[in-house]
Design a protein around this ligand. Structure first.
Ligand SMILES: [Zn+2]
Ligand SMILES: [Zn+2]
Length: 159
């Protein structure tokens, strides 16, 4: 995702990239297909990129491990400088070339939730047999205590 800014001068320059990337989140690979389009222009010596990032991510659910696709559509607004000011959040560019990829990856990573779930109601896996509980119950006893024995257990615990 490299943009040569040598010929920019006063005009806006279009860019468009399609690329397959593999992101890494907590050691887990996330393959994704990314389409980045937009324009770059020069302002006060810096280079401004404006556009959009469209991505299809192949995620897997943190609870039930099922893989699913998730689509992202977001704005791309980044500033590139040849002399970045450490107080400002600017990207550095060298050799009159912008490399959009780190910014695109950072934007996608920031949009991912702390916990990736296939759905809000995901029931996860049975801790006993590993059955995907979204597909129905497996019949395992997962900590259920028969009320008949509850009094008995209390006796033991009180001793
Ligand atoms: Zn799930
Ligand atoms: Zn089970």
């Amino acid at each position: 995702m490299l943009i040569d800014v040598r010929d920019i001068a006063d005009r806006r320059k279009d860019f468009s990239f399609n690329e397959d990337l593999t992101l890494s989140r907590s050691g887990i690979d996330i393959p994704c297909t990314v389409a980045v389009t937009g324009q770059v222009y020069k302002a006060n010596g810096d280079y401004i990129t404006e556009g959009s990032i469209k991505a299809v991510l192949n995620l897997s659910c943190d609870l039930c491990l099922t893989s699913f696709k998730s689509e992202l559509d977001m704005d791309l607004n980044e500033v590139y400088s040849e002399t970045p000011d450490p107080d400002k959040e600017l990207w550095e560019l060298s050799d009159k070339t912008i490399d959009l990829k780190p910014a695109v990856i950072a934007n996608i990573m920031l949009s991912l939730p702390m916990q990736v779930l296939c759905s809000e109601q995901c029931k996860g896996l049975c801790p006993k047999c590993g059955h995907n509980l979204n597909d129905g119950d497996c019949g395992c006893d997962r900590g259920y205590v028969n009320p008949q024995f509850e009094g008995l257990l209390k006796l033991f615990n009180d001793e």
